[in-house]
Ligand binder design. Sequence first.
Ligand code: FDA
Length: 501
Amino acid sequence: ANGATVPVLVIGTGYGGSVAALRLAQAGINVEMVEMGLDWSTLPPMTGVGEGNVFCRSSQPGARAYWLRTKSKAPVSNFFSFPIDSEISKFTGILDAEEFAGITVYQGRGVGGGSLVNGGMAVTPKRERFASILPSVNADEMYNTYYPRANANLGVGNIRQAWFDTAECYQYSRVGRKHAQRSGFNWTFVPDVYDWNYMEAEQAGTVKRSALDTQVLYGNDAGKKSLPKTYIAQALATGKVNISTLHRVTNITTATGGYRVTIEEINTSGDVVATKNVTAGKVFCAAGSVGTSKLLVKMKATGQLPNLNGEVGKGWGDNGNVMVARANHLWDPTGKLQSTIPCSGIDNWEAGGAFAEVTPLPVGIETYASMYLAVTNTQYRAQFTWNASTGKVDLSWQTAWKQDSINKAKTIFDKINQKEGTIYRTDLFGGSKQWQDGLTYHPLGGVVIDKATDNYGRVAGYTGLYAIDASLLPNGISCNPFVTITALAERNIEKIIATDL
Ligand code: FDA
């Protein structure tokens, strides 16, 4: 409520925020969480398109699919060159396609953050790569304690390999495996937080289908262990955590007793319906790489937190994301039933700087397409800056930088195409583009550990102000990021509880 005083305020309910809330509550502290999106567990099933589901299918985005847009903006924008985006009504939907000058950054909105919309791929980076991912963090502690803790609490599991070899819905992955291995690449299974027993039941037809009913990007009605089923459920069960939804933090400044935080309450059309001020003893920024960076850059530039250092807003990267599809021969169908949850990848990191997930194109018909999302080892980093004339935060990303990621991904796919006698698809991303190089799913950095903060996320210049999300990560992860975000948050919050509270 307006004027309230709270011991701890956590901004955002994604991975970093959920870990912070659970551990603080277990330490006996009352935690107030602020989330700009909806609590999706309170929404009734839809009527009409998507009847009976809470969430939209990826093939049928409606109002609930997008954060305050009037037209969908799907990562695969065309099919057989035909544009597939459609008009939708403006609503505080689940997927934000946030547009900066050089790049669209996709993010989840609502209680659970990115866990609501992501593929659930839960990858722990190879240990020998860790020193280049988080150079200032002790690897022994991470691999002995915090990665195992994160994996256990997130509910990470593996596909049953004997089932994988015959399941109709993973034919596309088996084709991906065959092509990768014939070209001499290292193909690996990828763990996921989807309930694999439920997945098998979906294929058998004994339960309601979700992953097998094209759900993922706009939410998932069953099967996926997103944060509201794991960390957030545990946090709420302590009785010490309260979440205010449709509340968006706009300002943080110092005040007697800690920080004065300004929060706008919005309605589901995005209009501001109330503005509130809260005093918090400690503030944890967990609004995601973009959200936390935007907030702190604005606070520094507008003089509300003038002691933030010059590293705030710097070191932002896209984890080298590019998407591509190959056109297979007619004797290599990928299957008309495809699970939205990827379970495998091609690892060419050491030799070529690319790790590519074998991803589905779940459109309900045979496409003969093999799709991939590549994470690449790009060194390009952009900076967030305050634009006083627009009152917004800009990002200095350059579209040309993606060529480096494309080149790295081509170390895999040019070779496979040559071996298989196949070509890239040009009908999926608009124009005749072979590569989807205009987006990222993996925003990282902006409030980098040991630069804008100390080695545990304590923001430099201010006591009791923390960053505890993807904004801390200095470098590409070499794989999908949320396990590392979660493990780092576990490490940092343990230290903070022991020494600061
Ligand atoms: P996260 O973004 O999860 O949460 C931040 C929260 O803060 C959001 O709920 C947001 O609404 C809220 N917020 C922001 N600003 C606010 C403000 N001012 N006031 C109040 N609330 C605010 N990763 C992976 O490891 N495996 C995968 O398979 C995938 N797949 C994938 C697919 C898609 C489509 C996307 C978009 C992303 C992925 N990811 C992924 C990435 C992964 O989801 C992402 O890295 C994490 O969610 C980031 O976690 P954070 O805790 O940093 O923030």
